[in-house]
Each structure stands twice: as C-alpha cells, then as structure tokens.
Design a protein around this ligand. Structure first.
Ligand code: UT7
Length: 329
C-alpha cells in the first residue's frame, strides 16, 4: 500500500490595490489645521516613518478594494475565480454588519460555492487568515484559497484626534494559497490577550437601529508600542523553532506596517540587515489587515521576494492579537 503524499499549502500568486487618492502628510496637516488641529510632516515622519497614505472615495467599500487585489493575485497565480474553493477576508471595516465581506467578494468575483468568511483580528487579521487557510488546505477542507486583507480605515478615523488620524490608510492585499506537495507555509503562531481590549478599539456598536457608543478608533499608542515590540520578537522566535529554522534563514521580514521604529526594532532583534526588511509604511500608512499582503505584493512585484525565498510575516494589533507565519515563497 502506498502512503499518501504530504499535503502542504503554498502561495502561487499575490496582488494588491490602493485607492487612487494619495494624501501626503503636508496635505493632511493642512486639512487638520482648518479644524485647529496641529501636526506636521516632520512629526509624522520622525515618529512613524509615514509620508503618505491612500484614502478610498466614499462609494468604495472594503469589498471593492478586496476584489481588485484578488483579481491581481488570481492573474499572478494563473487561476480563474471559479477554481477558488475558499475565500477569507481579514477586515475590521466590513461592508455590512452581515453577511461577511468575503461573501460579497465572492459574488463580485463570480466564484460561487466554496466557503467564504471574514476573520476579525484587526491588524493581525491577515496572518490569522493565512494560518487558518493553511490549516484548511492541509486537512483537505479546501484546495485553492484566496486570502485577502482589506480595509477602509479612513471611515473609522477621528479627524479631531491627531494621535491616531495621521497613522492609518486604506488598501487591500491578497494571495492565492494552493495545496501543494512542497511547503509553502512552514509554521504558524497565533495569539491573543483579551486583557488589552481597550488599548486599541473602535467601541461603537449597532443596536435598535442606532449606533451605540463611539464608532471611531481609539488607541493608547505607547501601550500598543510596548506590547508590539515584545510579542513580535517572541512570535518570530516561536515560529522559527517550530519550523526548525534560525534567524539566519530568513530572507525577508514583512512585519505589520504600523511604525518604522517598531519594524526596525524587530529586525535588529532578529539580527536582520535593514535591506531585508520590507517597508511600505512610508507610502501606505497603517492599513491594518491589508498591510502585510500589500507589502508582500509590492516586494514580489519589485523583484525583491523571489520563488524559494524564506519569508517571515508578522502581525500585531487590536485584541490584543499577534501572530507569525514563516513560509518558503
Ligand atoms: O496597527 C496596530 C499597531 N499599532 C501600533 O503599532 C502603533 C503603536 N504606537 C505608535 O506607533 C506610537 O506610539 C505613536 C506613533 C502612536 C506615537 O508616537 P510616540 O513616540 O509614542 O509619541 P507620544 O504619544 O509619546 O507623543 C509625543 C508627543 C506628545 O506631546 P507632549 O505630551 O510630548 O507634549 C503628543 O501630544 O507628540 C504629540 N503628538 C503629536 N504631535 C504632532 C501626538 N500626535 C501628534 C501629531 N502631531 N500627529
């Protein structure tokens, strides 16, 4: 009797989409000044590394950005929408309370019949979604998945709060993840600590036909910063140990793009040279669940990340949530 061959998952295509409106720090500062809110390009660049972000037009929903990113990923993978049997959308800015943005994406793509659901893990959402899709593929529950991170964070920003509104942007990134007899995804780590719900949240909810509570983003930046630095190192070390690899094996580090100082700190702890750190926060701002697949796609299309390279993806954000996926691209 022959033993069945091992089943892994592997990324076969990446894609991304940014809404056309690009807003520089200077333009945003000018807009905020009209409401008496003071900020500057210098402060934003020095504290975060952000120089610009993209904002979606009012009629554009997360599903619209997701569909564009998904089409690019499908094209790169040489796949048609009808071949996809799993769609996971990581988002904290869904089109509706329900159904899931993934179902809306499925309809817009014309990829009917497979499973479709959203993952809500804020800025760790893409890493969560990728780890879930990998598990589903390895157990035979799916064979060709679209994993998408898509956000319109501009909708939940408080433009009277300079400590948060300068940080975030809109966008989407996607990967096609397929069953393969070669890995692919080598190991994953997912974590949460719900004791820290309040440090990064959008506390409003819908009840009785009204929005109850404040539906705008709140963040204790310093508390998030401190937690992020610690967990990004521990998640990276844990996933390397699980995969039987070491720091030296990582070709590219693609952390959640929130703040250049956090990203560079993580790279230093992993003894990685600065040119192995993929940086898009300067041009995208923090796009929450979209930031990692957006950065991955930019790096692939620039010719940085190549087939066979070992890539560390790391997410961290509201929940408090964090996680890492180590993969051979
Ligand atoms: O996506 C999920 C993960 N999120 C993150 O990883 C975010 C983590 N946190 C951070 O990235 C940083 O904490 C921030 C970028 C949010 C803030 O940087 P910071 O170096 O921690 O600054 P701070 O909060 O200590 O503020 C320093 C000063 C304060 O003024 P005083 O008290 O020193 O007079 C703030 O009021 O900067 C002031 N400030 C600003 N000034 C100009 C805060 N926001 C602004 C602003 N423009 N936009």
């Amino acid at each position: 009797m022959s033993t069945p061959s091992a089943r892994f998952s592997r990324i076969t295509g990446t894609g991304s989409f940014l809404p056309p409106q690009r807003v520089t720090n200077a333009e945003l500062a000018e807009q905020l000044a009209r409401d008496g809110i003071e900020t500057s390009d210098d402060w934003i660049v020095e504290r975060t590394g952000i120089r610009a972000r993209h904002f979606a037009a009012p009629e554009m929903a997360s599903s619209d950005l997701a569909v564009q990113a998904a089409r690019h990923a499908l094209e790169a993978a040489g796949r048609k929408p009808e071949e996809i049997d799993l769609i996971i959308v990581a988002t904290s800015t869904p089109d509706m309370v329900f159904p899931s943005t993934a179902c809306i994406v499925q309809r817009k793509l014309g990829a009917f019949g497979g499973a479709a659901f959203d993952v809500q893990a804020v800025c760790s959402g893409f890493v969560y979604g990728l780890a879930v899709a990998d598990s589903m593929i390895r157990t035979g529950l799916a064979s060709k998945a679209l994993v998408i991170g898509s956000e319109v964070f501009s909708r939940i920003l408080d433009f009277k709060d300079r400590t948060t509104c300068v940080l975030f942007g809109d966008g989407a990134g996607a990967v096609v993840l397929e069953a393969s007899d070669q890995p692919g995804v080598l190991a994953s780590e997912l974590h949460a600590d719900g004791r820290h719900v309040e440090i990064l949240c959008t506390p409003g909810t819908v009840s009785g036909g009204k929005v109850l509570g404040d539906p705008l983003l709140k963040m204790d930046g310093q508390a998030v910063f401190k937690l992020a630095v610690g967990v990004l190192e521990s998640a990276a070390r844990a996933v390397l140990a699980k995969a039987g690899r070491s720091d030296a094996d990582i070709d590219w580090l693609i952390p959640h793009q929130a703040n250049i100082r956090i990203m560079q700190g993580t790279a230093r702890k992993l003894k990685m040279p600065a040119d192995k750190l993929v940086v898009t926060v300067d041009e995208h701002g923090n796009t929450s669940a979209a930031s990692i697949p957006l950065a991955l796609d930019v790096a692939v299309r620039k010719g940085q990340v190549k087939r066979g390279d070992t890539v560390m993806l790391e997410g961290v954000g509201g929940g408090f949530t964090w996680g890492a996926v180590l993969l051979d691209f």
